[in-house]
Design a protein around this ligand. Sequence first.
Ligand SMILES: N=CN[C@@H](CCC(=O)O)C(=O)O
Length: 403
Amino acid sequence: MTARLLTSIGRLWTGSEIISNAAILISDDRIAWVGPSAELPRSVPGVVDDIVDVDLVENLGGGLVTPGLIDAHTHPVYAGNRYAELAMRSTGLSDAEISAAGGGISSTITVTRGTDPWTLCNHVRERLACWLQSGTTTIEAKTGYHLTRDGELADVRMLRSLENEQGMPRVHVTFYAAQTVPPEYFGRRSDYIDAVCSWCADAAAVGANSVDVNCEDGRFTEEEARWILNAGRRAGLLPRMHASGNHRGGAARVAAELGCASADLLHAATDEDVAALSRGGVAAVVTPGSALQAGTRPPVRALLDKGVPVALGSDHTPGGVGITSMPLVISLAVNYLGMSIAEALRAATLGGAYALRAPDRGAMVRGRLADIVLWDADHEGAFAWNYGLSPRRVWRGGDPVAL
Ligand SMILES: N=CN[C@@H](CCC(=O)O)C(=O)O
């Protein structure tokens, strides 16, 4: 067993309170003790008989420390980019016009399918490293740009294996073959839905944690989402849903009815949706970057007032926003969505842990994973000011990350 002590932490945000002049004792990959340095016990049973015997003491010299951040919504498994399409959109072209010009999700599907697995893996590895480098120790990562059985399963395996490499964040893998109906199934969508239902067990067998369905206009109906999410649940996957990201109502209520772990985006969620999520204990994953891009605001205040657990996500996609920085997402949550710093930090830690049903992380509490960030600031207010606050140090499971 290895015991390390981090001392002289100027300001420690544990998830529920601020502790000044704090210390953290780490035992292997877990937090063994947290509190004011002045109250550090002489011995911690099962960890060290005498605190002077710890293997390593590091003086952090002040600064702000938080739990590692959690990004609860990302789409990082793709090849190519859609910059030309984004330039077209910036001149006012509609999605239909962009699709007619060869853009849209189908262009990413074509490029991803045509990219060999090693090249794709290198792209994804580079992307995932950006999250850890900016202080995000866990991401939810969706598949969804192969939309074939073998391609989607290879994506799940790739994500599962990448998280064990040096320099990678922890990954909660979401099987997202129900992003859209691929071109070869046009005109026979029910065959695709049957196929996706049958792939759920395979995805679970190779390590997927969740299944997601896009229940938006032009994607899957509520009825189709029920089929797929129930198949996923039977296979042992946690159901989650892209819901109310546009103006079609009802999806968030279906997410609640099905007991989804999360309903995501919610740009256009109504009071009825909020009430349903609250009754169902469903996490609301809001994505300020893509909300800003869409010119909408999810009803965060209503969600918080109704006691819905709120998580934050970057919504990194090739066709939307390229954000890999949760500190930037926190800035947007505060300055664009009107969350307080404490609410946004909580959503980016404990809220994410709840959305991913990962109670072993997201707070600086004895027994949780020692995923820890020392920020380049001495107060959490810096998240509102600095659009993309940098970490000075990151630990994943107690191990320092090379920055
Ligand atoms: N967050 C949602 N993203 C969309 C679009 C992805 C893309 O344009 O590549 C989705 O899941 O389908």
